[in-house]
Design a protein around this ligand. Sequence first.
Ligand code: BG6
Length: 515
Amino acid sequence: MQVATRVAEQPATATAQRELTGCAIVIFGATGDLTRRMIVPALYKLQQRGLLPHDFAIVGFSRSKWNTAVFRDEMAAAVRQDAGATAFDRESWQKFAKRLHYISGNYGEEADFHDLAALLADVSKEHNCGANYIFYLSTPPSVYSDVIRQLGVVGLHQTPAGAAPWRRVVIEKPFGRDLATAQALNAQIANVFDESQTYRIDHYLGKETVQNILVFRLANHIFEPLWNRRYVDHVQITASESLGVEHRAGYYEESGAMRDMFQNHLLQLYSLVAMDPPVVFDAEAVGAEKIKVLRATRPIPLSQLDQWAVRGQYGPGWVQGEYVEGYQEDENTDPGSDRETYAALKLHIDNWRWEGVPFYLRSGKSMAKKVTEIAIQFKRVPHLLFGLTPADVLNPNAIVIRVQPNEGFSLQFRVKSPGQTIRVHPVSMNFDYESLFNGEAPSAYETLLLDIMRGDRTLFAHSEWIEYAWGLITPIIEAWESSPASNFPNYEAGSWGPPEADALIARDGRSWRRP
Ligand code: BG6
């Protein structure tokens, strides 16, 4: 048995330019949903776009007694089914299929990891992968610690000389279910892998517009001077979904909107919008600025929780013309369940840039529309001219970052409508990706997988960030779990959420946007 030691990778500078080297990716949980729906289709598309390294192999590892031939057949079906615009192409599939290998094993079994190491050595030789390995944990979280431990035990986490070839580990969400479990998982990883080898996935960070938040802010000089308490009234971050919990009610009963959407995706968007400019664009510098935002975020006062956080659960209703059953009608939810399918949260950042500017975050299932957007709402003009009344200027200037759908940016302002009298009219200037950059944008998983191969951790969550995020969210979840909601369901499917959420923002004299 080898003793696990950690080998730090060189910090990535100008990481986007890093060369792709040959490598192999081991997917733990290779027979699972995520592998079929996301990981393998994304790798296939990367090949079709000519972006995969020439020397590249995929090794599936799972408990199911499949073999390489079955794995290839199953993945062919998965790629065919993938709804992306890239068509299935027999010739390129055959080239891709040759890269696929499979080994069945138990996640806690040392002998099976020795077999994996032996297979990897063969695969690496066959495909010229240079012993560079990515270990992708696409398993249920309950086996993360087994896999990480066994990788350390058989020495797959490092290369003998600790030098040229590299080893990286990728962890899917959910990363823990509260602060204590996230800390424990970080500690388990840190026993085996260095932080520089660790890639915690948040697929929102791979979305084109999310990456663009920093380019928009920091590659232009006109926005950043406005991006602070002098000009910004408040910020709204919305991630609404028209779908309900679908076949995932069992998972949702354990999770809920706060764990599922806030601790990761929403707080990532929040960190990117609120952070200070980094000195360089690399994982360490960007990560450090994002961590500062969470450190400066005021803890939610639990004695007045209702004024800061609101929970909701959908009842029956109509979503875009279709009747939808309520959450509690799903056969996989507990009768009388008080699990939240919606949450809204008000946050304050106690620093020079944002003092006094509230950030309102909301996310829910079975809402009126699927839309993710960030709206920077500017203050109203200090003095009203043109016969404007305070009511006319309730929704003043805004910059809206549309994450999805219709990815783009819009700037909202007022102009004079034509005519002899001065009448003020709200308009918006829009930039949308599709009309300018024709063609399909890479999926978040394509972007993130390529970054892992390049060794660029900028779009991944740092251990400290994760712990600060859980530190903010855990007390709210605990307070909710210890005092069941008495009014669920409290919003109709197809609506914009519960009245309590409207009241939360209305108390501050503001209202939610209707995107
Ligand atoms: C996942 C959540 O992380 O993100 C899901 O577990 C949610 O509940 C999904 O539906 C939303 O992702 P997207 O990319 O569709 O906005």
